[in-house]
Design a protein around this ligand. Structure first.
Ligand code: NAP
Length: 316
């Protein structure tokens, strides 16, 4: 009798464990949970790689320097430029903020730019936008030396991107591509939908996806029946700034969803365009906000500054 009981438990316990594991696998398959594209961690690893490269450059006697022009006292702008400076210094670069008064004339901003363009110690230049009304953003962007234009907004660099030439690519789109690359997401022949057509995100990221042989559709505020495009998309990049724009019902099972939206709510908490909690139940991969695309953007500023320094020193 005791033998029988012993054999019974010997059989029943492994069967029970097996059954539990099957239930778990079934749950994972049935209730799909997206892979979280952790921009914070990916950016941290990427910056370590940049730090190593900066050290190698320093051994040859060169230290990359990032100069940022800030005009006025906008709180958000000040915080952005401070984060860029801190991030640059953390990987061994030199960084300076050229802080000009809110009332600075356009001519004086352009003079500052000219000085930085000609300063041999400066590798990369950024001009923080928005600028005060008396200063034309277009004129300023056109006045940055294209070889130091680490934001990739100079018309010459934008043009080069569109004819597939090597150039400085705007940092948010570049960061998105690095996130996709890091997660080994194959873009070849995929249907990609980009929501938003701005010059800093929507359009350049569309071009970069096209370069990777995705078939790209760009949606915007005049698009009729946006949901029709979204439902068929393998990749969705949303760069609008409207929380709740994309819901679970819009997303195909297994799609990769990149949320660029960055809108502060009434408590100052950043919100993306995607209904993250529900969309992650159907998506194959998804970026959180905050902690997705944001950290990658600053990382790509550093990346472009390093490239600028290497290019002018003729280093591969
Ligand atoms: P933007 O210049 O204002 O462009 C927004 C785009 O969204 C426009 O093309 C607009 O269409 C489109 N749009 C507006 N309402 C829409 C709707 N209901 N349906 C479909 N499309 C709509 O903004 P942006 O500079 O590209 O930035 C977009 C968002 O990304 C913002 O939240 C911004 O804060 C964020 N962002 C984040 C980072 C980061 O590093 N995380 C960097 C840059 C921007 P029209 O062209 O027809 O007006």
């Amino acid at each position: 009798f005791f033998c029988l009981i012993y054999v019974f438990w010997l059989l029943i316990i492994p069967s029970f464990v097996l059954m539990l594991s099957k239930v778990q696998t079934f749950k994972e398959d049935f209730f799909m949970v997206a892979k979280i594209l952790d921009g914070k961690q990916i950016a941290k690893d990427y910056r370590q790689g940049l730090k190593d490269q900066v050290e190698a450059l320093q051994a040859e006697g060169y230290t990359p320097k990032l100069s940022v022009i800030l005009v006025g006292n906008d709180g958000a702008s000040q915080s952005y430029v401070n984060s860029k400076k801190k991030a640059a210094e953390k990987i061994g670069m030199i960084s300076e903020i050229v802080h000009l008064d809110e009332s600075t004339s356009e001519a004086d901003v352009l003079n500052e730019l000219k000085r930085l363009n000609e300063d041999d110690s400066v590798s990369g230049i950024l001009v923080q936008v928005p600028l005060p009304d008396q200063v034309s953003e277009q004129k300023v962007l056109e006045s940055i030396n294209p070889a130091k234009d680490v934001d990739g907004f100079h018309p010459e660099n934008i043009g080069k991107l569109y004819i597939d030439q090597q150039t400085f690519v705007p940092c948010t789109p570049l960061g998105i591509m690095e996130l996709l690359n890091h997660a080994d997401i194959d873009l070849e022949g995929k249907d990609a939908v980009v929501i938003g057509r701005s010059h800093i995100v929507g359009q350049p990221v569309s071009k970069l996806l096209l370069q990777k042989n995705a078939s790209v559709t760009i949606l915007h505020s005049r698009t009729k029946d946006m949901k029709r495009y979204l439902k068929n998309a393998d990749i969705i990049v949303s760069a609008v700034g409207r929380p709740g724009l994309v819901t679970k019902e819009d997303v195909k099972e297994g799609a990769v969803v990149i949320d660029v939206g960055n809108t502060p709510d009434e408590n100052g908490k950043l919100k993306g365009d995607i209904e993250y909690d529900e969309v992650k139940e159907v998506a194959g991969a998804i970026t959180p906000v905050p902690g997705g695309v944001g950290p990658m953007t600053i990382t790509m500023v550093l990346n472009n500054t390093l490239i600028a320094e290497k290019m002018r020193r003729g280093i591969e």
